[in-house]
Design a protein around this ligand. Structure first.
Ligand SMILES: NC(=O)C1=CN([C@@H]2O[C@H](COP(=O)(O)OP(=O)(O)OC[C@H]3O[C@@H](n4cnc5c(N)ncnc54)[C@H](OP(=O)(O)O)[C@@H]3O)[C@@H](O)[C@H]2O)C=CC1
Ligand SMILES: O=C1O[C@H](COP(=O)(O)O)[C@@H](O)[C@H](O)[C@H]1O
Length: 586
């Protein structure tokens, strides 16, 4: 072990590729088991865990001990077998005996300020965090505790910031926040962090969560330093990893291999924040708990499914990152594909994480190869409107002038299985479009022998039933149906049966990061990506990405603020589909 510590066996070789130069004997399960990756039984969870259980109790099937199953995937052959990583037995837990330490690595960064600290505060405000917890910020920027606290309070962007007693609660919350400045590859600096954590934990049993909110080229360094020098020796240690998880199959499996030298698969929480969005959570509920939907969920009744993501702003400020990834890697390969897998999966055996992820991975592995002829790429160009000038993608100084990186893509995908044979699953994702929205649209088949056909004229599509799950903004689920206009004549109309969340519920919708942080704390892996899911997702997109890049396919230019390239409409038409988001009132 000493040898391993003084001889880091993994390091990133470039900003996008991860290399493991590992010594087989050092990386054997036996050796790894000796590493303090994760401690054994913890006395966590605290009181608030009961609330988590209560909150979910109506919907969750449980393992024999009454807690969510946390089995490591059988598909994860590369995973280190670490007896210390067993999940704690919570049955005799006493909140006063344990602590939760959350370390936000990359605390000075955009995501930490914009999402992670605000989500942690929202959880604290609503009493979801355990009684004993501390939060540490870790990054290279020199700051003291007070400066971190100022930064957190200045950048509070969460839904709580206008709430009652927010200032008092914030004061209490900030008292639990501390900072440690260090290098990401320094075991010494992580040892210092460990000392500070221990001091705050005050000898109690400790559970530790590390959130890697940093660029991907330093994931492995941090995993190594955190696992070898700052793991809990008494409770669990978990690591949330932000995307991107590589940029193709090869770099992704290299990253997984490197991470697994220091962490077990069940310690790695690969976050896809779209899975934490309220409407995405509701997708399975809608399908599996309504008789009116599940029987229709197949090629027999569904004509096509559309996953649409659009943003009304460009890559401003993130051009450097974006140009290396592009919209297919940034949105499609992860967020949209994850939603597709959830949408199309067979009924899982239970709501347990492994049962759900088993079904999702089957969908991903059943997908037909994605061909270039079924893809359209675009890039936004500068545009002036109403006296305002919007810069094009390549006008960003961090983007090369001749970049062919797509900021828009549309694709037609197919699932080769009995349920979905022949059904086009269309995806469309773009930056700098006319609106900000994310939605799932399900277009049903025409009614056979429709008695009212004559009232629709020649365009039967006007009568298509469509189910829309609007993920954002203005979360809603609505179903387009045909009905009679009141009156003595026979005139048909298309109306929406509309569940608009803000009209139905007064409760605020939590941010996706709140749900996901809480799940990681509770050891609930359902909404995190398992390594075999990730492999299957990359296997689908890697050949296409390689072809686009090798052939330097020029993207179709579209003006900033437009509806994107017209090629997307031709692609849909080729598969007999009309995008559902074409009109203003859709
Ligand atoms: N921002 C967003 O909206 C989203 C981000 N993500 C992902 O989350 C992670 C964090 O994102 P974000 O906060 O935007 O990232 P940042 O670029 O802001 O980086 C976070 C911190 O990491 C340190 N850092 C930055 N570049 C380097 C480098 N080259 N080498 C070493 N340290 C570096 C900096 O801290 P310091 O210099 O103080 O050490 C910085 O404050 C990334 O993986 C990103 O892809 C995912 C979804 C959305
Ligand atoms: O992961 C990412 O997501 C954001 C969009 O997230 P949202 O929750 O605001 O819809 C996107 O802007 C970013 O490019 C991407 O990396």
């Amino acid at each position: 072990m000493t040898k391993l510590l003084s001889n880091p066996c993994c390091h990133p070789s470039s900003s996008t590729t991860f290399s493991c130069f590992h010594n087989e004997s050092l990386c054997s399960s036996k050796k790894m088991a000796a590493l303090p990756i994760s401690g054994h039984f913890s006395k966590w969870p605290p009181k608030s865990f009961t609330r988590i259980q209560l909150r979910r109790s109506d919907f969750e099937l449980r393992s024999s001990n009454g807690y969510p199953l946390n089995a490591v995937s059988l598909q994860d052959e590369g995973s280190v077998v670490n007896p210390l990583a067993e999940e704690p037995n919570f049955s005799d837990s006493a909140e006063g005996d344990s602590t939760l330490s959350i370390t936000v690595v990359g605390a000075s960064g955009d995501l930490a300020k914009k999402k992670i600290f605000p989500a942690l505060f929202a959880l604290y405000y609503e009493d979801w965090l355990p009684e004993n917890f501390v939060i540490f910020g870790y990054s290279r920027t020199k700051m003291n505790d007070e400066e971190l606290r100022n930064m957190i309070s200045r950048t509070l962007t969460c839904r709580i910031d206008q709430r009652e007693n927010c200032d008092d609660k914030m004061t209490q919350f900030l008292k639990r926040c501390f900072y440690h400045s260090g290098q990401y590859n320094s075991e010494e600096h992580f040892s210092e962090l460990d000392c500070k954590l221990k001091e705050k934990e005050g000898g109690r049993l400790s559970n530790r969560l590390f959130y890697l909110s940093i660029p991907p080229n330093i994931f492995v360094d941090v995993a190594r330093c955190a696992s070898t020098r700052a793991s809990s020796t008494t409770g669990w240690t978990r690591v949330i990893v932000e995307k991107p998880f590589g940029r193709d199959s090869e770099s992704s499996s290299e990253l997984t291999k490197c991470l697994k030298q220091f962490l077990n698969e069940d310690q790695i929480f690969r976050i896809d924040h779209y899975l934490g969005k309220e409407l995405v959570e509701n997708l399975s509920v809608i399908r599996f708990s309504n008789l009116v939907f599940e029987p229709l969920w197949s090629r027999n009744y569904i004509r096509n499914v559309q996953f649409i993501f659009s943003e009304d702003f460009g890559t401003e400020g993130r051009g450097g990152y974006f140009d290396n990834y592009g919209i297919i890697r940034d949105i499609m390969q992860n967020h949209l594909l994850q939603i597709l897998a959830l949408f199309a999966m067979e009924t899982p055996v239970s709501l347990d994480a492994e049962d759900i992820r088993n079904e999702k991975v089957k969908v991903l592995r059943s997908m037909k190869q994605l061909l270039l002829e079924n893809v359209v790429v675009g890039q936004y160009k500068g545009h002036s409107k109403g006296g305002k000038t919007y810069l094009g993608y390549t006008d960003d100084p961090t983007v090369p002038n001749n970049s062919v990186t797509p900021t828009f893509a549309a694709a037609a995908l197919f699932i080769n299985n009995a349920r979905w044979d022949g059904v086009p699953f269309l995806m469309k994702a773009g930056k700098a479009l006319h609106t900000r929205r994310a939605e799932i649209r399900v277009q049903f088949r025409h009614v056979p022998g429709n008695l009212y056909k004559h009232t629709f004229g020649t365009d039967l599509d006007l009568a298509t039933n469509e189910l829309v799950l609007r993920v954002q903004p203005d979360e809603a689920i609505y179903l387009k149906i045909n009905n009679k206009v009141p009156g003595l004549e026979m005139r048909l109309d298309r109306s929406d049966l509309n569940l608009l969340y803000k009209a139905r519920y007064t409760r605020e919708i939590p941010d996706a990061y709140e749900r996901l942080l809480l799940d990681a704390i509770a050891g609930e892996r359902r909404l995190f990506i398992r390594s075999d899911e990730l492999d299957a997702a990359w296997a689908l997109f890697t050949p296409l990405l390689k072809e686009l890049e090798d052939r330097k396919i020029a993207p179709e230019l579209y003006p900033y603020g437009s509806r994107g390239p017209v090629g997307a409409h031709y692609l849909a038409a080729k598969h007999n589909v009309r995008w559902g988001d074409l009109t203003g009132e859709d």
